[in-house]
Design a protein around this ligand. Structure first.
Ligand SMILES: Cc1ncc(COP(=O)(O)O)c(C=O)c1O
Length: 458
């Protein structure tokens, strides 16, 4: 029997793909298309709008995490399940935000769930004491990433903070070389040649250009008082601006030459290979910082590396540094992080997942060639850019001449197609995202570029 005829949904409920012919013929400029997309967004998300207005009565701008604010108002999510998130307005999205890499295991991994439940039932929340859980997780991370010793923190920001303090104590020096476009946490951000105004230690940073060997060598080797070189192998907030192997090896050598501690920030990139990005490139950092998925989805950070540097935090000796934090060894994160790394994200799974990501990214790169849309990244991390010159190889933020209107338009229209992305254009794949959703996204991207061909082609 033929399905009963249904009344078509109101226009604002249609997917942008359903309106392809309409959008193609009507919008003469990205600005016009963006105004229309924003209007559809407002119409589709009335509950989020009221929740935002209510939240703004007690949180500045209704926000407690800057990255998640989006004009005209953020979508409020109600819950997540598997690789999807469901908004307060009832829309279901494939989650490509993946909690900025911390959500690797998705929203309902049975091993993580069982571990959290059994930890609550059999261990308890926090014991205010040393437990076997932290030692077991420490041992596994040290083995996987080739560290002598490690310590835990509450976040990646704190991990970098303590790694830097260790480097300062170890060298007796103060300054830190960082790179344009680098992000090492809430108070360690370097959007351009200057530290962001909310950074700590504003006078102690020397900012070199990312992927510029000459500039980096000069600043590391010629500056005085350099305690550390702190770098990401791929800049997550770029999004996904990849450091070249030559550049990363060059700054490692320069750091050695200058007697500075070389700290690799693998908060985002540790998922890219069983031993992290450093193992792919053959880097041997003195110290590495970690965070995100290594806590199994619970708040987490860690830093570790050479025994002689980490000894600075050994409380058995006098004159060492204190490193405190009420939740450093919280039972849930220690147990879920260990279960995730030992039972789910095994070396084999990690390698297969990164290969899937590489294929996905290459398909997107093919789909976007000849347009202002540029795809960057490694493995399961993808950066999406809209650039006025369509530059395909981004060496540093200085190469990134954003077309913000197209970028915003893409974000609104991908949401209409049921994809949850960061507005800045980063994708962190969730482990169990089915192939069919990756295919659907590639089709959506192609449809977007086709629909707006006159606006996006080079
Ligand atoms: C490379 C890098 N380092 C450090 C951090 C800070 O981690 P957290 O947000 O856990 O403080 C982040 C967070 O996104 C990051 O991407």
């Amino acid at each position: 029997m033929a399905p009963a005829a249904t009344t078509p949904p109101p226009e604002h409920e249609l997917s942008i793909n359903d309106k392809k012919a309409f959008t193609k013929s009507v919008y003469g400029s990205p600005d016009e298309a963006l105004v229309a997309a924003t209007a559809r967004f407002v119409a589709r998300n009335p509950t989020s709008r009221s929740l935002h207005l209510e939240a703004a009565k007690s949180l500045p701008g209704g926000n407690t995490r800057s990255l998640l604010h989006n004009a005209p108002f953020p979508v409020f999510m109600q819950r997540g399940t598997g690789y999807e998130v469901i908004s307060e307005d009832g829309h279901v999205y494939t989650d490509f935000v993946g909690e900025l890499t911390a959500g690797l295991y998705g929203h309902a991994n049975p091993i993580i769930h069982a571990t959290l439940k059994s930890t609550l039932d059999n261990v308890g929340l926090n014991l205010g004491a040393t437990t076997r859980l932290e030692a077991q997780h420490a041992r596994l991370i040290c083995e996987r990433f080739g560290l002598d010793l490690i310590r835990f923190t509450n976040s990646g920001t704190e991990a970098n903070l303590h790694a830097l303090q260790a480097a300062r104590r170890f060298t007796g020096k103060r300054k830190v070389i960082v790179f344009t476009g680098g992000y090492h946490g809430a108070v360690f951000s370097f959007p351009d040649q200057h530290p962001a105004p909310n950074n700590v230690d504003l006078d102690d940073w020397i900012v070199a250009e990312y992927n510029n060997i000459e500039d980096a060598q000069l600043k590391i080797e010629e500056s005085s008082d350099v305690a550390a070189v702190l770098v990401e192998g791929m800049q997550g907030s770029g999004p996904c601006i990849v450091g070249s192997d030559e550049f990363l090896h060059a700054i490692q050598s320069s750091a050695r030459k200058a007697g500075a501690v070389f700290i690799l920030d693998e908060v985002m990139t540790s998922r890219l290979a069983p031993g992290g990005l450093q193992s792919i490139i053959g880097l041997e950092p003195d110290m590495t910082s970690f965070g995100k998925y290594l806590g199994g989805g619970i708040t987490f950070g860690a830093f570790g590396g050479r025994a002689d540097i980490m000894a600075i935090y050994d409380p058995r000796f006098s004159g060492t540094l204190a490193h405190s934090g009420t939740f450093n060894n919280n039972t849930l994160g220690m147990a879920a992080g260990y279960a995730g790394l030992s039972q789910i994200y095994t070396p084999e799974t990690c390698m297969a997942f990164s290969s899937r990501g590489d294929v996905f990214r290459q398909r997107l790169q093919e789909a976007t060639s000849g347009t202002k849309m540029t795809i960057t990244g490694r493995g399961s991390l993808v950066g999406i850019h809209f650039l006025v010159d369509g530059c395909k190889v981004l060496r540093s933020v200085a190469d990134r001449k954003d077309d913000n209107t197209l970028k915003d338009l893409f974000w609104f229209e991908m949401m209409e197609d049921g994809f949850w992305l960061t507005r800045r254009g980063s994708l962190s794949l969730i482990l169990d995202t089915p192939r069919s959703e990756l295919d659907r996204f590639v089709r959506s991207v192609k449809a977007f570029l086709d629909r707006h061909n006159h606006l996006v082609r080079l």
